[in-house]
Write a protein that binds this ligand. Sequence first.
Ligand SMILES: [Zn+2]
Length: 309
Amino acid sequence: MKELKTLLVRYFRGDETNRLDHFVRGYEGEQDFLQIVKQFIPNQGLFIKDFIFETPGFVQIDGVLIMPDQIHLYEVKNYDADCSLIDGKIYYNDRHINYNPLQQIDRACDSFKNILIQENIRIPVIPHLVLIHPYGTFKSDNSSELSILLRHELRRHFQGLQDHCNQPNYDPHSIYQVLRKYQIDDWHNHFKINPFNVEDLRRGIYCHQCGSFQMTKLYKSFQCQDCSAKITKHEALKYIIAECCTLYDRETISPLDVYTLCNKQLDKHWISNRMSELLKRVYYGHYAKVSESEYLEDMLRLYHKLKKK
Ligand SMILES: [Zn+2]
């Protein structure tokens, strides 16, 4: 999610990267899956989203459902395509996918089982590949034993787990306590993997509705010359703070970062004063970053608008 937000801000500020579309699709697929899980999760089940662990390699699993008698692992793919399974390989609109998602979930499953073996927990683990896109299709030659679930099959899948829960050997919460020992934060440093220069990005204040940088400065607000939307200076500042937090690979941000990114459209002292009210000070002139999810939904809305143009 951290990387998605950075890519969005870079895109709004004129730096195109082809990875953004891929990231947006992946994120939206996972969100879609989460909504369905929330609705149909079996009573006894405990769901963990985005489980990342170290064994000793890094492994990421989109969803883990712990039931008293089984554990289910989910790898979610949001392929807007006609997919097929032929000879154990997944094809995407008749094209072979280099990064085989079946292998991906198989490997993740093996690593996950290693944790259980190490902890002496004897419970079956069942991996699933979820093709979540509502218009995606799937044809199979049954050449893989791995469970592949389409979006419309998820409801029945979860309801089936509810009905067939036998030999409840474990308390899902106590299994989760064990798993938590292995759980880590996102290990990617996307700034290193995908470096960019903040200096290259377009500076200024842009319209949150249409993305235009043609903003007229009024007394306490800015108005877009293209779509007439208004934004208060205070809101503009909070948004730019969120942008700065995603653009810098360090723990803190400073009023100078904000002043530079808004292209001096906001007063330097006013920025300093507001930031000392809004944020937690780490040391003189440096403030703790805000949450990663702040403005993410707004940014995705603007992204879709710009893509349609
Ligand atoms: Zn506008």
